[in-house]
Design a protein around this ligand. Structure first.
Ligand code: SIN
Ligand code: FE2
Length: 224
């Protein structure tokens, strides 16, 4: 078992009565940090509401013309966007023609600690994509490859309703692992796993004390 800064020590009980390790390697370069953000989760959700008050959640359109079922917004110096012209980072929120809200320092700080716990020191994200899933929402397998360089990892924070994260390999055809994620869990992938295909299975309906009927995911990236 790995001891982690950032949360209580020790294994976490699960619903089947067994104990799940707090840190689990999903692949070389990819770590699941269970409960890492648990103690901060209410503050994170409150900060997301602040972000969304200036940059509302919206359903973006893919270059192929499909509207995404995941609702998205961003904070930080750059935000990930998609429209008919392609996927990219933009300093401006195209919905309101203004810069994205400043990234709450708590996001950057948490991401830096989580990356370090997974073996990636010096992580300094300038971009945070905020995804909102409701029952039935899914995110198909993809690679995060719009960032300028792939030396830095991706840090992904789960809040609210549980989800099944699909974590595949470097080829789209590699069969993904199904990884249950609970509120407060963080997945970090970088190094040899930086371009791993990943996605989210259709969200099951539920009601979570923090977020009601949805799941919020923060994806922190060094994009520029
Ligand atoms: C993403 O791949 O951008 C988000 C993954 C997630 O919601 O867990
Ligand atoms: Fe992604």
């Amino acid at each position: 078992m790995t001891r982690l800064r950032g949360g209580a020590d020790g294994d976490l009980p699960n619903l089947r009565g067994g104990a799940l390790p707090r840190a689990e390697e999903l692949a070389s370069g990819a770590m699941l940090l269970r409960g890492f953000a648990e103690s901060e989760s209410a503050a994170l959700v409150a900060a997301v509401a602040q972000v969304a008050a200036s940059a509302p959640f919206r359903h973006m359109v893919t270059p192929g013309g499909y509207q995404m079922s995941v609702a998205m917004t961003n904070c930080g110096a750059a935000g990930w966007i998609t429209d008919r012209r392609g996927y990219r980072y933009s300093a401006i929120d195209p919905a309101i023609d203004r810069p994205w809200p400043v990234m709450p320092p708590a996001f950057r700080n948490l991401a830096r600690r989580a990356a370090a716990a997974a073996g990636f020191d010096g992580f300094a994200p300038e971009s945070c994509l905020v995804n909102r899933y409701v029952a039935g929402t899914q995110l198909s397998l993809h690679q995060d490859r719009n960032e300028r360089d792939y030396a830095a990892p991706i840090v992904s924070v789960s809040l609210g309703l549980p989800a099944v994260f699909l974590f595949g390999g470097l080829k789209r055809s590699d069969r993904p692992r199904r990884v249950p994620l609970a509120s407060g869990d963080i997945v970090v992938w970088g190094g040899p796993a930086r371009l791993a295909f990943h996605g989210v299975a259709p969200l099951a309906a539920g009601d979570h004390p923090l977020t009601g009927g949805c799941r919020i995911n923060l994806t922190l990236r060094q994009a520029l």
